[in-house]
Write a new protein. Structure first.
Length: 294
């Protein structure tokens, strides 16, 4: 292997063992930056060849022994200070950023470890509770499935038979009282059922018409006329029906609009309204009102 190529910097500083050693102590940056200082070499070799650099510079070290007294007289600096002074600003910035990233990473790692420890404790507690529930469930199942011995209740003690006494004679006065009470009870009338409630009289009107809707405008038992158009009749098709509670009624019919059905107004002998004089079922068709039989 060819000897490592070394060149001095422009500064008039002597080459000593300490300067060569400090160059080899910065392997990770020797291939990235050219380190310049009064007492440093300008090295561009990779870090894995740093140790060979010292061995190849034996002659330089030997020639500089005579100048060791001058170096010992100058104030000494620590290798860390010299390294920091030798690094350029960009390298120092990289150092600080890497250091900050390591601190943040360590903090997040410690936090994650604490959370993991707490989660493990919680899992252990839940496991203990689950084991207890499983044991209780197993005990409950064993008690319900275990065969139970049928225990027969002892028969109740039989009371000793009492000797039958001779029939006692009832005095005649008591007999008469008992007979009298029975007769009075038989003579009392049975409670009568309350009479049924009277059914209110009703008038049922069946109206045969082609109207879709039909209303009855009526006056029942003289209580007054309903508001127009009247009471809506139920039913579908041509048969409409309505039930009025009362004995007498007079009425006319309406389709909910302007059409009315009432007796012939031009007949002098006919009434102006349809009239009903008694409860029952009545059928009105084509201006004729008839009562149904039955």
């Amino acid at each position: 292997m060819a000897p490592t190529r070394v060149s001095r910097v422009a500064h008039p500083a002597p080459l000593t063992r300490r300067s060569v050693t400090l160059c080899t102590k910065l392997p990770s940056y020797s291939h990235m930056y050219g380190i310049r200082d009064r007492s440093f070499l300008y090295v561009r070799e990779p870090s894995r060849r740093g140790k060979k650099l010292v061995s190849n510079l034996g002659e330089i070290d030997a020639t500089d022994k005579s100048k060791g007294s001058e170096d010992s007289a100058s104030p000494s600096r620590s290798p860390v200070d010299q390294t920091q002074a030798a690094l350029p600003p960009d390298a120092m910035k990289l150092f600080s950023q890497a250091q900050q990233s390591m601190l943040v990473l360590n903090e997040s790692r410690m936090k994650a470890l604490e959370e993991l420890k707490a989660a493990k404790k919680q899992i252990a507690a839940l496991q203990v509770e689950l084991d207890g529930v499983k044991r209780e469930l197993a005990q409950a199942r064993s008690t319900t499935t275990a065969p139970q011995a049928a225990v027969e209740a002892p028969p109740p003690p039989v009371a000793p038979a009492e000797p039958m006494d001779a029939p006692t004679e009832v005095p005649p006065v008591a007999k008469e009282q008992v007979l009298q009470a029975e007769e009075e009870q038989q003579q009392q009338p049975e409670p009568e059922e309350p009479p049924p409630e009277p059914v209110a009289p009703r008038i049922t009107i069946i109206y045969r018409t082609g109207w879709h809707d039909a209303f009855v405008h009526c006056n029942v038992d003289g209580r007054g006329w309903t508001s127009s158009p009247g009471i809506r009749m139920s039913g579908s098709g041509d048969n409409k029906e309505v039930v009025l509670e009362g004995r007498t009624a007079e009425f006319v019919l309406n389709n909910g609009g302007d059409d009315w059905d009432k007796p012939d107004p031009y007949s002098s002998g006919e009434p102006k309204n349809y009239t009903v004089d008694a409860p029952g079922t009545y059928v009105l068709a084509r201006g004729t009102l008839k009562r149904q039989d039955g």
